[in-house]
Design a binder for this molecule. Structure first.
Ligand code: SAH
Ligand code: SF4
Length: 370
């Protein structure tokens, strides 16, 4: 039996890599331009669809390459317009991708890893441990699937996906190269053409990687802070013991200073009842963030079965917000969307493991739907 060489998946290749790939085949670099548009703008997954290439070239490509996206095992829309996909990446591993429409804006929440190694105490992904990094094809594949769901459509203001946030499963900066390749495709005009201001990396604070990120890209940055002092943050985000708040905020400043435009960082703060939701926490936060160009996004904790934490009352969250607003900050409260399909923040995993009952339900739903 002869071994079959694995085909190169072109889905996750940004332009420069795709050009190098065509050169390695002895073909012209401009083929990369055509193929990028076919894959990402027209949703092609078969070389025979690429009618502006000769049959000879298409056959040659079929021998060495493929366009392989994630398998959609569940696709449901919520009453409020939120749409969720469960995408199977390999036999035992799926991720969830959520699209949240809001007026002219459509924000896609994308995963970077299967699980996460950082074990934040309030996060259901962290509770499941780390399995593996997603490939660039698996990351951009989530955008590809979501965009295909809305084809055909004309480019313009009514585009379904205007923003991407790397806020699904996993810590994007611990899967650095693949996340950067995928984000380059998100911003690539031949692919999705999303503005760099509208592609956001969310990190729990991998300080050296924030500096590295500033060297290779200029996407927007969100910092998952969740606490105004190290003592409390050590308990919520164990990574804080390695990179404490002062170092994290210094790296955030350095990142913003490198950007060619004036942009604010987003500070994410998951508000947990009786843990970090008191007015004195808000006052301390206002002092810690002084001088940092930022806006603060308060996320009421989303409970999940393995956690003892509780969601704060809306009153407590509003009181917290008011302290920040009075101190001169832009602070918003993230409203929970897609509750009826479990797409709310922090519920993005745990439910997709093939062993969970919930996932059984997904599969059943899929099997019974036409
Ligand atoms: N690992 C990255 C990105 C994924 S988490 C990070 O930590 O930033 C995306 C956001 O959801 C983070 O701000 C995270 O703290 C928040 N989050 C996680 N679990 C949550 C929960 N149960 N309720 C509310 N927010 C949660
Ligand atoms: Fe990982 Fe982010 Fe969850 Fe922390 S909050 S465990 S970094 S996914």
């Amino acid at each position: 039996m002869t071994a079959v060489a694995e085909k190169t998946n072109l889905l996750g290749m940004p332009k420069a890599k795709m050009e190098a790939f065509f050169e390695s085949l002895g073909e012209k670099r401009f083929r990369a331009t055509q193929v990028l548009q076919w894959i990402h703008q027209r949703g092609a997954d078969d070389f025979d669809q690429m009618t502006n290439m000769s049959k000879v070239l298409r056959d040659k490509l079929k021998e060495v390459a493929e366009i392989r996206g994630p398998e959609v095992v569940y696709d449901e829309s919520s009453k409020d317009g939120t749409r969720k996909w469960v995408m199977r990446m390999d036999n035992g591993n799926s991720v969830e991708t959520v699209l949240i429409p809001d007026g002219e804006r459509g924000t896609l929440c994308v995963s970077s890893q299967i699980g996460c190694s950082l074990d934040c105490t309030f996060c259901s992904t962290g509770k499941r441990g780390f399995n593996r990094n997603l490939t660039a094809a698996e990351i951009i594949g989530q955008v590809w699937v979501a965009r295909k769901a809305f084809m055909p459509f004309a480019p313009g203001p009514d585009r379904p996906i205007t923003n991407v946030v790397m806020m699904g499963m996993g810590e994007p900066l611990l899967n650095f190269d693949n996340v950067v390749d995928a984000m380059n495709l998100m911003m690539e005009d031949l692919a999705y053409g999303i503005s760099k201001r509208r592609v956001t990396v969310s990190t729990s604070g991998v300080v050296p990687a924030i500096d590295r990120l500033g060297e290779v890209t200029d996407v927007s940055l969100a910092i998952s802070l969740h606490a105004p002092n190290d003592e409390l943050r050590n308990q919520l985000v164990p990574l804080n013991k390695k990179y404490p708040i002062a170092e994290l905020l210094a790296a955030t400043r350095r990142y913003l200073a490198r950007l060619p435009d004036k942009r604010k960082a987003t500070i994410e703060y998951t508000v947990i009842e009786g843990v970090n939701d008191q007015p004195e926490h808000a006052r301390e936060l206002a002092i810690v963030l002084r001088g940092l160009p930022c806006k603060i996004n308060l996320i009421p904790f989303n409970p999940f079965p393995e956690s003892d934490f509780r969601r704060p009352s809306m009153n407590a969250t509003r009181r917290f917000q008011a302290v920040l607003n009075e101190a001169g900050y832009i602070a918003t409260v993230r409203t929970t969307r897609g509750d009826d399909i479990d797409a709310a923040c922090g519920q993005l995993v745990g439910r997709v493991d093939d062993r969970t009952k919930r996932s059984q339900r997904y599969i059943q739903v899929q099997q019974v739907s036409p």
